[in-house]
Design a protein around this ligand. Sequence first.
Ligand SMILES: [Zn+2]
Length: 613
Amino acid sequence: MRIPENKIDDIRNSVNIVDVIGSVVRLKKAGQNFMGLCPFHQEKTPSFSVHPGKQIYKCFGCGEGGNVFTFLMKDQNLSFYESVKQVANRAGIQLPEFREETQDKKQYEKLYAVNEFAAEWYRNNLLKSQSGQKAISYLTQRGFKEETINTFGLGYAPDAWEDLVKAAKQSAYDEKSLVEAGLALRKSEQKTPYDRFRNRVVFPIKNEFGRIVGFGARKLDDSSQPQRDRREKDSPKYINSPETPVYHKGKLLYGLYQNKDAIRKEDMVIIVEGYTDVMALYEFGIRLGVATLGTSLTLRQAQLINRYTKNVVLLYDADDPGVKAAIRGAEVLQQANLDVRVVDLGSGADPDSFLRKNSKEEFMEAVENSQSIVDFYVSGFDDSEKQISYNEKTERIRNIIELVDSVSDRLKREVMLQEIGEKLNADMKSVFKEFYNKRRLKTRFIGKKEPVQPVIREALAGIDRLERELGSIIINSPGLASVLLESVSVDDIYSPEILQIIGFVKRLKSENRNYEPADIVGASGDLKLQKIIVDLAVDPNEFPLQNEDESYERLQNVTDDIINKFQERKIENDLNRLQEQIKKTESKGGDTVPLISQYHELLRHKNEVTHPQ
Ligand SMILES: [Zn+2]
């Protein structure tokens, strides 16, 4: 059984897309619409638009678009049904339990299940097997207590090639799911898969809702045993699950699920470098740590943090790569409107060793005394001994100014520039000048190079201009859609996409339902077609009236114009066909006179259409 379509529309109508997206993306009013930074691609200037009048969203940067359900599916990896359920919950609408029908949901559930199974199996290996002992002793050597190991669900992958595969099969998990979940690898299609993680401590990675989506795995230094495989010996210290339908490393943060309540309560998050740093903090009662999964911080992760707190403390080494990582991280975090501070634990100290040598109180004091990113950058230089050259100073100013650009608040930017000038002992005027020069240069560059148009064109490229105009009006105006559909025959429309859209509109009309663009989007289960519908609904190049204050009258004129053009096109086609016929008849020596008179009749008709009166 499926959820009835009018029920879905009721649910969609019960929320405003601006509220739903606004809880994830910071939106700013721009005319009748809202703009923000796109959560689906990296950008510095907002090209993500939300249209309350049409109840759809559209990114002019990457082309992503749809209605509120599409957004939730994309943003949270939900199936269509789950996204409907979430909106219903939000609006307090009771939804009977429907059997989930989409393929996606089934696939996700399969992956979650096999990950759950593997985590449990790794865990049993750690706690109960003989070979798990060396992993236990490694962890105790590092000082981890049982409670921490349990909370993070750590496990051990034995030094074997197919133990997990065999165990999974015995428990009725198929090979395909194991490979899809990244737990096993295949040398070729025909071969039996083998275990990906071998002789490693395994860290299950949960998404923010607590589902296990992937694994990180640390090699055990095991010099006593001869290595069977040279490659094994040279393999990296940490490996992670590959990207799977449920595991996207740029969208996840290690430790967020375990710590999210404390992060929200304390209104602060501490970003550390690795899994064991998160665990070390946790062990000392500091439940605020999260770590990326072996990559640098992404905007998506910053936005994820933004759901829990605005205050971010970065914990990186004060060495050169540490400073660079902190500055890059700060840039991304500031783009998501987060406040960033940096903690310096002193030379070479990681949180783990610091906490074990000192105390929780001292650690929190260091956090308390965290520096602004400008301070942190400047304090990295030891200038007490030497005179720095003018060039070196300019270079430093340039490096740090780059960071100011990611701050969206103008006042905050000015304060930062002021701070840079003071800290680097530089002439304030030249700092400001440097910044605005750079910014101007960048905007000019972006303005020229931004691939906004090509992205939109791509989806619509296959559709004839006139049919795009028609599609745009029938999506946006139910009233004029009736006028257009009465005057233009579906036989005269070439594009299968536009024909499908007309089908949706006709169906909604036959059910006497008034619609807005989001309903047409929702009528199509095909994501590609959804994008085309969104493009037709909001693209200023397609829809002639962006401003709803403009008169209906003008829209009517555009409609009349479209009807005329369709008539013209039809006559043009008939003329071409007649011409062919005349040629054929002539070559066979037949009588062309009636055809020619028909031709002239049509030509006259065409003139009437193109030049009325
Ligand atoms: Zn985008």
